[in-house]
Design a protein around this ligand. Structure first.
Ligand code: FMN
Ligand SMILES: CCCCCCC(=O)C(=O)O
Length: 345
């Protein structure tokens, strides 16, 4: 059970690493609301529908995928378990999930790719002040056969992560990027991010990489519309797992207006607080094309390496399939607003 992994990981990980992985920004109101807000969306099932056979597949960036779950990019996975990013990639491959590898990976993107052959993989890009460094990361991603570039746009600089600071997190495994930039302290690592990044910079990375671009960290419908105009292939509605600005809107609450603004012109993904298969069904009913999952995979990895990460993903997919059946909507593609109701607050 993913909740068991969460509890066990808190015991297994040292306090520093656990504080970093689990923590959010400020008073962690958004961190808590990320999970709570899926609970405010109620499922409204239909009955007497033949659900003997269910189809969990969705289409994303023009390709059919077995189910709507992606592994969210999370940094420093060797701090969670010796299987690290390679273990997570194996788990993703075994479950037909797209792995999104972080720019702050502790394993060379090409090594991660080599461990999973032709399995689907995307690369998450941080645009650093040193643009050459970001272009070097893109080059490594290209060599590793990553199929899309997920540019994170909600990190002009790091949020106020008080739990991480209190926990005394330090890195014992140097991130891959340190091999390009030199060893960095945590403060220097924060300072690498480019606070001058604007819409004008996005196209350059798309053109240089030749890969479809997905912008991660959109909450405002006006930014979603701007992303469509910028020519990207998709967006991720995300508040970075509650780790950037506390009290911002949850993914679940931001999704509807964003979907409306995008109006089907590009793919819309969402993350934050998705812990159960039925949360993903709600996301699709509200108009998302797919969902990303961060901490549940990390907790599985921390407890049992690649096998634990795989178990966490398998549980989500299984629950999603069951939800389609019990909801009376046997095809994931048919989920729409008629299957959800906002709980009165
Ligand atoms: C420990 C940790 C590290 C993260 N590292 C990154 C990262 O390197 N790049 C990025 O775009 N997002 C990063 N995120 C944010 C996740 O991609 C994702 O948006 C978030 O975790 C989703 O919420 P969830 O953990 O509730 O599923 C990180 C999140 C966590 C918890
Ligand atoms: C320590 C600064 C870099 C953090 C990059 C990873 C990340 O996005 C996170 O949320 O943590």
């Amino acid at each position: 059970m993913t909740h068991d992994f969460e509890a066990r990981a808190a015991e297994l990980l040292d306090a520093g690493a656990h504080g970093y992985f689990a923590g959010g920004a400020g008073d962690e109101l958004t961190l808590r609301d990320n999970e709570a807000s899926w609970g405010r969306v109620a499922l409204t099932p239909r009955v007497l529908v033949d659900v003997a056979h269910r189809d969990t597949s969705v289409t994303l960036l023009g390709r059919e995928r077995a189910h709507p779950f992606l592994v969210a990019p999370t940094a420093y996975q060797l701090e969670a378990h010796q299987d690290g990013e390679t273990g997570t990639a194996r788990a993703a491959a075994a479950t037909g999930s797209i792995m999104v590898l972080s720019s702050q990976t502790t394993t060379d993107p090409r090594e991660v790719a080599a461990a999973v052959g032709t399995a689907d993989r995307w690369f998450q890009l941080y645009v650093y002040r040193d643009r050459g460094l970001s272009h070097d990361l893109v080059a490594a991603a290209r060599e590793g056969g990553y199929e899309a570039l997920v540019i994170t746009v909600d990190f002009p600089f790091g949020g106020r992560r008080e739990r991480t600071e209190r926990s005394g997190f330090t890195l014992s495994h140097p991130p891959f990027v340190d091999g390009l930039a030199g060893p960095l302290s945590l403060a220097e690592r924060h300072a690498m991010h480019d606070p001058t990044l604007t819409w004008d910079d996005i196209a350059a990375f798309g053109e240089a990489s030749g890969l479809p671009v997905v912008l991660k960290g959109i909450l405002h419908p006006a930014d979603a519309a701007r992303a469509v105009d910028a020519g990207v292939a998709g967006i991720v509605v995300s508040n970075h797992g509650g780790r950037q600005l506390d009290t911002v809107l949850s993914g679940a609450d931001a999704l509807g207006p964003v979907v409306e603004a995008v109006d089907g012109r590009i793919d819309v993904l969402v993350d934050g607080g998705i812990r159960r298969g039925w949360d993903a069904a709600k996301a699709l009913a509200l108009g998302a094309d797919a969902v990303l999952v961060g901490r549940p995979v990390l907790w599985g990895l921390a407890c049992e390496g690649a096998a634990g990460a795989q178990q966490a993903l398998e549980q989500l997919v299984e629950e999603f399939d069951e939800t389609l059946g019990l909801l009376g909507c046997p095809r994931a593609r048919d989920l729409d607003g008629s299957y959800v109701t906002r709980r009165p607050s």
